[in-house]
Design a binder for this molecule. Structure first.
Ligand SMILES: [Mg+2]
Length: 278
């Protein structure tokens, strides 16, 4: 993971504003409440979440996780000390299954791990290993190779398949805590090869956020999206006028903000989620 520069840690001069008018928290998982794909909790995150729960504020963990089906992800987080229920989770996997059904798409070629394939099979989609499919579903595939990219490209070009991106993250922290290319990087390659646009299912899609807010019956201006990814998660949330908080416990340090226009920068910056006052 990118570490926070020593200078920032020492001075600790991060703005820690009081959050008023917020009655709903949308919370990223990796880099925000857990460190990375090791799922080790960020210090104080479980206690913070407990406080939110007992305060009666609404919240949802909004996740772009493509390697664990929702139920599995929930039990993994519970085993790490997070007190959660199924209704506290919205993931891009759920949304992808729902979207494919709505579009009456029956078959897919999957870039992703066995868990994603199994999840789609359980939702009664035909998961094929060749290019004769109606969709290419792109999740995180740590065994990605040229042959898989070729099959996906053939499905898009020769079979006119839809390109379905579980999300559009640029990078992620792997289980060793090292930076690696994420789903968005692979989707860009397939878009370039095929000339097609990928449809993004999870964050930062506006529809994704909109559906979560609708489910929670809350307004964007009363909601705070907390994430370690200001480029993807927070820029998307800002488009809907959701308030945004960037936490430095994940893959980026504060210097990443220089690459964003002022208008696109997060409203708040915290060292970690545990600093946010409830
Ligand atoms: Mg994250």
């Amino acid at each position: 993971m990118t570490t926070i520069p020593e200078r920032t840690r020492r001075t600790g001069k991060m703005p820690v504003p009081p959050i008023s008018m917020i009655s709903c928290f949308l919370i990223d998982i990796e880099g925000t409440i857990v460190k990375d794909k090791s799922y080790a909790p960020v210090e104080g995150a479980a206690e913070w979440l407990k406080k939110v729960k007992s305060s009666g504020e609404k919240f949802s963990l909004v996740s772009n996780n493509t390697t664990h089906p929702p139920e599995e992800l929930l039990s993994l987080l519970k085993s790490q000390g997070f007190d959660l229920e199924a209704q506290n989770l919205d993931t891009c996997m759920q949304v992808t299954g729902e979207w494919l059904k709505k579009k009456k798409i029956q078959s897919c070629f999957v870039l992703g791990n066995q868990a994603l394939k199994k999840y789609l099979e359980e939702q009664e989609f035909e998961v094929r290993e060749d290019s004769l499919v109606q969709s290419v579903v792109a999740g995180l595939d740590e065994e990605l190779n040229f042959q898989k990219l070729k099959t996906a490209t053939r499905a898009l070009v020769e079979n006119n398949a839809r390109l379905v991106a579980l999300h559009a993250n640029k990078i992620y922290g792997d289980s060793k805590g090292e930076i690696a290319p994420s789903v968005g990087a692979v989707v860009k390659a397939l878009e370039y090869a095929s000339g097609k646009r990928g449809l993004i299912m999870g964050k930062p899609s506006i529809d994704f956020y909109r559906n979560v807010l609708r489910r929670l019956e809350t307004k964007p201006e009363n909601s705070l999206m907390i994430s370690d990814d200001p480029l993807s998660d927070l820029v998307g949330a800002k488009k809907l006028k959701i308030k945004t908080a960037f936490v430095l416990s994940g893959k980026y340090d504060q210097s990443i903000l220089k690459s964003l226009d002022k208008k696109k920068r997060p409203d708040y910056v915290y060292e970690s989620i545990a600093q946010i006052k409830i």
